[in-house]
Design a protein around this ligand. Structure first.
Ligand code: GDP
Length: 194
């Protein structure tokens, strides 16, 4: 996709504050530090459209962006950051679950996994919700430049095992090399057109 404009629209925590669902929407989700901000910034070709979400104690928000006036991009709050206070941690589930249930314009969620980490409870919870609510899912494995090509398949074994997904369900991505960027765009565009 050729990016002509990227505009921050607003932040929200609850449906009453979401912007109007005027455009088809794609959301991005993943554990804090998984590389979500980096991936979004590479996709939209901006240095810092989104900032890293892993600031301890900060209120977690859904951040809505307009891309090209053609679709809406939502940066969902990262989860699993150890230093986030329990009260803030507890907000994540209801906030994200409500968004997934209520957002009529949502077309797909890009779910990120770090190639060096075994998925944990929140990752699997999120996948369960997406399946239950029939939200199309675009699974991506990030930071693939951190392991050698020969080690990739071995390294993603635990991710396949934990999620029950197949190798072909995942796009492999690296922010510094941009490998996988085109494939993610193709999957996003297909979801927008579906
Ligand atoms: P977020 O918390 O999910 O938004 O994660 P960030 O995008 O802020 O990335 C967390 C850290 O991982 C930062 O230090 C990034 O530079 C680094 N990072 C993100 N993506 C990649 C990647 O594909 N490869 C490598 N080597 N590092 C990455």
């Amino acid at each position: 996709m050729h990016i002509k404009s990227t505009t921050f629209v607003k932040s929200a925590t609850k449906p009453a504050n979401y912007p109007p669902a005027a455009l088809p929407e794609i959301a991005f989700a993943g554990r804090s530090n998984v590389g979500k901000s980096s991936l979004i910034n590479v996709l939209v070709n901006r240095k810092a459209l989104v900032r890293t979400s892993s600031t301890p104690g900060r209120t977690q928000l859904l951040n809505f962006f307009d891309i090209n006036g053609a679709f809406s991009l939502v940066d969902l709050p990262g989860y699993g950051f150890a230093k986030v206070p329990l009260a803030v941690k507890k907000e994540w589930g209801p906030m994200v679950r409500t968004y997934l249930e209520r957002r009529e314009s949502l077309r797909a969620v890009v779910v990120l996994f770090d190639i060096r980490r075994v998925p944990r409870e929140e990752d699997l919870q999120l996948l369960d919700w997406l399946e239950e609510l029939s939200v199309p899912t675009i699974p991506v494995i990030t930071k693939i430049d951190k392991v050698s090509r020969g080690q990739r398949l071995k390294q993603i074994g635990p991710i396949l095992e934990a999620t029950g997904l197949d190798r072909d369900d995942f796009t492999l991505f690296s922010a510094p090399t941009r490998e996988g960027m085109e494939e993610i765009w193709e999957r996003v565009e297909a979801a927008l057109e579906a």
